[in-house]
Write a protein that binds this ligand. Structure first.
Ligand code: NAD
Ligand code: WQD
Length: 336
């Protein structure tokens, strides 16, 4: 039996594929390389020391998906494939709805018709919107998303919940990630954004490597300990391990469950800058500017449900996250 990993050449998918292969799973990675490169596959092979299948395919391509399910005995799908840039989603909402929601519907139709009814889905803390106070718990009402990207995650969660309600043979695990950073210890894979990074950590590492002049800090007048935004950063390898636990849950019965994957600790932008400077020995020049539209002051998880029910908790702290992000960037100044 195999595990299909959609979006497995991307940042989180590549780290998860490595842990799956190391654990002995037969892995099939499916990706269209929209936001990743074939070199990621060589690196996965090198780090894991194992083999896997790869299919270049789009999750909106029903015939392509049918072929993958017909040719392989797939037990479950870990579904990472999707577009994830918040700002771009405001400019191109239709592309985001088509790719993320349309693609997920097509994938689930192919799964249903092939009799594969176990799915682990990459959701996001963004589904909590701006009205819930941190620490965020899974029983708080989701909604009030502030951009089309976030809305795709909210709707996909609803679609998968409805799918389970319609057919109790499904097993759905929705994972709400907080802010993934860090990289594999080998320094061979990591986050590899196209163009100017949208997210904090890749921006910092590109300042450190000299590709960008300084970090723009988006506001220092939030109600936080130093005025800058607070987030729950989580090491991508911890996140990958969370998927192995979620997969075991998905394969052990039926149901529809949702879990936060975070550390439960919040760090401000300036805390991260300081931790990065300490871990890397580099000075990060920064300029404080205006708030970024759509940002909230504070967002961190209550991760206790994942610990209680999946037996998972994050192990790495902010110092290791920063050290591993830097190790990846300095070994790969131009990315993959
Ligand atoms: P990523 O862009 O590195 O990986 C996504 C992968 O999916 C890429 O390799 C891309 O080429 C592929 N892909 C996109 N559309 C596809 C399609 N139609 N068909 C086939 N492949 C397609 O992103 P990531 O950071 O690894 O994120 C993985 C998932 O986790 C995404 O769904 C993202 O929304 C979600 N997520 C990410 C974060 C984060 O901060 N990185 C936070 C919460 C949730
Ligand atoms: C973190 C903090 C910024 C960049 C996003 C998505 C979310 C999820 C994770 C996918 C904030 C500040 C950032 C910069 C800055 N992705 N910042 N200067 O916004 O918490 O979450 O990624 O699901 O949906 O919204 O992450 O890394 O962009 O920002 O000051 O150049 O860093 O204001 O306080 P965010 P981020």
């Amino acid at each position: 039996m195999s595990i299909l990993v959609t979006g497995g050449a991307g940042y989180i998918g590549s780290h998860t594929s490595i842990e799956l292969i190391k654990e002995g799973y037969d892995v099939i990675i499916l990706d269209n390389f929209y936001n990743s490169k074939p070199e990621a596959l060589n690196r996965i092979k090198k780090i894991s020391g194992g083999d896997f299948k790869f299919v270049e395919c789009d999750i909106r391509d029903r015939a392509g998906l049918d072929k993958v399910f017909a040719e392989n005995d797939i037990e479950a799908v870990i579904h990472f494939a999707g577009l994830k840039a918040v700002g771009e989603s405001c400019r191109k909402p239709l592309e985001y709805y088509e790719n993320n929601i349309g693609g997920t519907v097509t994938l689930c139709q192919a799964m249903r018709d092939a009799g594969c009814k176990k799915i682990v889905f990459s959701s996001s803390a963004t589904v909590y919107g701006s009205n819930n106070p941190s620490p965020l718990r899974e029983d708080m009402p989701a909604g009030g998303t502030t951009n089309p990207y976030g809305t795709t995650k909210l709707y996909i969660e609803r679609i998968l919940e409805d799918l389970y309600k319609s057919d109790n043979e499904w097993s759905v695990v929705l994972l709400r990630y907080f802010n993934p950073i860090g990289a594999h210890k080998s320094g061979l894979i990591g986050e590899d954004p196209n163009g100017i990074p949208n997210n904090l950590m890749p921006y910092i590492t590109q300042v450190a490597i000299g590709k960008l002049n300084h970090l723009n800090v988006f506001g220092d007048d939030y109600p936080t300990h130093d005025g800058t935004g607070v987030r729950d950063y989580i090491h991508v390898v911890d996140l990958a391990m969370g998927h192995l636990c979620a997969l075991k849950k998905a394969c052990s019965g039926t149901g529809c469950d949702v879990y936060n994957l975070g550390t439960g600790k919040g760090y401000s932008v300036l805390d991260v800058v300081k931790a990065f400077e300490k871990a890397s020995g580099q000075t990060i020049k920064y300029v404080v500017g205006d708030r970024r539209p759509g940002d909230i002051a504070i967002c961190y998880s209550d991760p206790s449900k994942a610990k209680a029910e999946l037996g998972w908790e994050a192990k790495f702290g902010i110092d290791e996250m920063c050290a591993d992000s830097w190790n990846w960037q300095k070994n790969n100044p131009q990315g993959l």
